[in-house]
Design a protein around this ligand. Structure first.
Ligand code: ADE
Ligand code: ZN
Length: 343
């Protein structure tokens, strides 16, 4: 890639809408937290951890991801994790993140819901204060668990809603997709909807287009996480273009989890050129080999994205966010000025 396009991406203001905070746990921090909390890891070194990140599909990743999250125990651990991500995001010129967190991964190990919220929120509030960095939290249900478990998780989190009203505004659905269709969570999403939360769900990552249909029609989601398998359904594609329903696409994740064999075969550029509202995101950057700018750069390289297309992707990231119209306008203006200055 020429240096200019690389630099253009580096400085491009952008939002990240698909980021699992537990997936930003770098092996170095994993080791440091394990030591701090007296936990024995099944790895001898950071290099050994990285060497284990050779996945064949989503489940092979999730097994390691949930095991790694066991080092997160205290409020300070969740703060350190979140602050480390924010530093990387700031370096990549991310202005706004809507981060996912999986409370069930932690409450099932005896960690209090309040501990998870407090650590993540302290880092986001500090970053707002010190860097005008904007952040929101999307609580995700683990779809391999039951809907009753999800309902109990929502009930356990709701008493914290007021305390975190500035941050927690969304509900999502993640973990093992195939065999756990969106409709399994119809009741808990209806409840979250009635409470006024924004709704998103992973759909069409490994699962069929039918899962995207049910996430849209039954769960009433406002954004599709991944959604790359939408391309197999022409009518669905037409609807996604017409409605400008956003897709949070994660190219390096798709590559690492063998959703695509080669980034050059990724449908991100085809979908963008067909007029879908697609965005680029990092998913679990510590596990998939790169933060958001690495995803932009690898995609630009593999798919020959030009400056206009990269600008559209950044624009989509702001438009597809759940931020206020005022904030969106500020970021879009900043983006326009940035692009103007490159002419
Ligand atoms: N949890 C973390 N990353 C995920 C992904 N890519 N798909 C589903 N669940 C996840
Ligand atoms: Zn994800």
């Amino acid at each position: 890639m020429n240096n200019t396009l690389h630099d253009f991406i580096a400085g491009l203001p952008k939002a990240e809408l698909h980021l699992h905070i537990e997936g930003s746990l770098e092996p170095e921090l994993m080791f440091a937290l394990a030591q701090r909390n007296g936990i024995k890891l099944p790895y001898a070194s950071v290099d050994e951890v990285r060497a284990a990140y050779d996945f064949s599909d989503l489940q092979s990743f999730l097994d390691l991801y949930y095991a790694g999250a066991a080092v997160l125990q205290t409020e300070q651990d969740f703060y350190d994790l979140t602050m480390a991500y924010i530093q990387r995001a700031l370096a990549d010129n991310v202005r706004h993140v809507e981060l996912f967190f999986d409370p069930q991964t932690h409450t099932s190990r005896g960690i209090a819901m309040a501990t998870v919220f407090a650590g993540i929120a302290r880092a986001l509030r500090q970053a707002k204060e010190e860097h005008q960095f904007s952040g929101r939290m999307i609580l995700c249900f683990l779809r391999h668990l039951s809907e009753v478990d999800a309902l109990n998780t929502l009930a356990a989190a709701l008493p914290l809603r007021e305390e975190y009203a500035d941050l927690w505004n969304g509900i999502g659905l993640d973990s093992a997709e195939v065999g756990n269709p969106p409709e399994k969570f119809a009741e808990v999403f209806a409840k979250a909807n009635s409470l006024g939360f924004h709704l998103v769900a992973h759909a069409g990552e490994e699962g069929p287009p039918a899962y995207i249909h049910s996430a849209l029609n039954i769960l009433k989601i406002e954004r599709i996480d991944h959604g790359v398998r939408a391309e197999e359904d022409a009518e669905l594609m037409a609807y996604l273009i017409r409605s400008q329903m956003p897709l949070t696409v994660c190219p390096l994740s798709n590559l690492k989890l063998c959703v695509v064999k080669d980034l050059r075969q990724h449908n991100l550029a085809r979908m963008l050129r067909a007029g879908l509202c697609v965005t680029i995101n990092s998913d679990d950057p510590a596990y998939f080999g790169g933060y958001i700018n690495s995803n932009f750069i690898a995609s630009a390289q593999a798919l020959e994205l030009n400056r206009e297309e990269l600008t559209q992707l950044a624009k989509n990231s702001f438009c597809a966010s759940f931020a206020s119209a005022e904030k969106k306008l500020i970021w879009l203006n900043e983006l326009e000025i940035y692009v103007e200055n490159w002419r």
